[in-house]
Design a protein around this ligand. Structure first.
Ligand SMILES: Nc1nc2c(ncn2[C@@H]2O[C@H](COP(=O)(O)OP(=O)(O)OP(=O)(O)O)[C@@H](O)[C@H]2O)c(=O)[nH]1
Ligand SMILES: [Mg+2]
Length: 363
């Protein structure tokens, strides 16, 4: 899962990236500005894995991972807000965006737009994503209209179908509805995936509240709900979290208690990401490896097997499944089997969070 951090200049993107990745890089001033793009891999904390590792004592424990990307600051951007040509392919290949919204007051860091206004900034960012998609769809529509003139009559229906899907998405966007909230037929979807549209991606707003401001919520902002429906949200102080991320666990916990901060930014952002994306984790266990895998909640067991190895899709026989809580209550697979809590499931079984799965594969 690739999550790209976007937001207006100086909103705290690099500070958030450092908080998430416990990066040693300096987010202040020049180092957080132009130039390099940063990629960091965050292991998803999961106490279930720790418990299972204690039982199986495997050679490896592999948590699920999320990759975060921090784009260079405004000097590196071609035009507004960075949703522009230079980084378009990175934005297009993202699974979701964290949109950092400045809510902190800080005299030394004047807001580029004059004053702190989270509603305006979030709306600006969401609108920018729509504009970027509109540009792509308009160009596609023109190209397809052109192509239609040159196409043999027999092949026209395909082009027409393609063009209609593009026009439909474009009309929806012009009415202010992001592509993720428009409804399409499967065949329209199949056309539109090719464009990797930015408003088709899930979004988590990260309000960077600074030291004093309280939590912010989208519901309290004066902003077009067509844009924000389904957008996840988190309130944190990116700078404090970036500093805490550099401390050892005990020291950070002490500061957290003193400052009356809740969960770490990493935990909050990861939870919001899972919720917004509808992801769950299933677990695999063994002497060799105990591992967590993130998949969309409810995907069929055969697809979950395919996440482990593409060959597993073809060779799928069945899945032995026990819910983590049941395993915990039983203490072992053997006991789970004895008590009938270990179930045998077929290809279509919808995978749930915390399922411990043993796939039986015909190789
Ligand atoms: N007071 C305060 N300052 C912050 C906070 N978060 C970030 N800053 C400051 O705001 C400035 C910009 O932070 P960055 O994390 O570099 O922001 P950015 O969005 O990566 O900036 P660019 O990449 O240049 O667009 C830095 O001077 C930070 O120290 C915060 O929560 N509180
Ligand atoms: Mg930055």
């Amino acid at each position: 899962m690739d999550i790209v951090i976007i937001g207006l200049p100086q909103s705290g993107k690099t500070s958030l990236f450092n908080a998430l990745t416990q990066g040693k890089s300096d987010a202040s001033g020049a180092a957080g500005g132009a130039g390099e793009m940063r990629l960091g891999v965050v292991k998803v904390p999961d106490p279930r894995l720790d418990y299972l590792a204690g039982i199986y004592r495997p050679r490896k424990v592999v948590p699920a991972e999320i990759r975060y990307t921090d784009l260079p600051g405004p000097e590196g951007m071609a035009k507004s807000q960075g949703i522009s040509g230079r980084y378009r392919n990175i934005l297009q290949s993202a699974t979701a965006f964290l949109v950092v919204v400045r809510a902190f007051e800080h005299d030394a860091v004047p807001h580029p737009a004059g004053g702190v206004n989270p509603a305006r900034d979030l709306e600006t960012m969401l609108t920018e994503l729509s504009f970027a998609d509109l540009e792509v769809l308009e160009r596609a529509a023109t190209r397809l209209a052109d192509q239609l003139n040159k196409t043999k009559p027999a092949d026209r229906p395909t082009v027409v179908r393609h063009k209609d899907a593009v026009e439909k998405a474009r009309a929806g966007l012009e009415n202010g509805i992001p592509v993720r909230r428009q409804s399409f037929t499967d065949s329209e979807r199949a056309v539109l995936v090719n464009y990797q549209l930015l408003t088709d991606k899930k979004i988590i707003a990260v309000f960077n509240t600074g030291e004093d401001a309280g939590e912010l919520s989208i519901a309290d902002l004066d902003i077009d709900t067509d844009l924000t429906r389904g957008v996840g949200e988190v309130s944190i102080s990116a700078r404090i979290e970036a500093e805490l991320a550099l401390m050892d666990a005990a020291e950070a916990a002490e500061f957290r208690a003193d400052l009356e901060l809740g969960e770490s930014a990493t935990s909050q952002v990861i939870r919001a990401s899972y919720d917004t994306l509808g992801l769950v984790s299933f677990l695999t266990v063994g002497d060799d490896e105990v591992r967590a895998w993130s998949v969309p909640g409810g995907i069929p067991a055969v697809s979950a097997a395919g996440v482990i190895h593409t060959d597993f899709t073809r060779g799928f026989i069945r899945a032995e499944v026990i819910a983590y809580d049941d395993f915990y209550a039983c203490g072992s697979m053997a006991q789970g089997r004895k008590e009938g809590r270990l179930r045998s499931e077929g290809k279509t079984y919808p995978v749930r969070d915390g399922d411990i799965i043993n796939f039986l594969i015909n190789t």
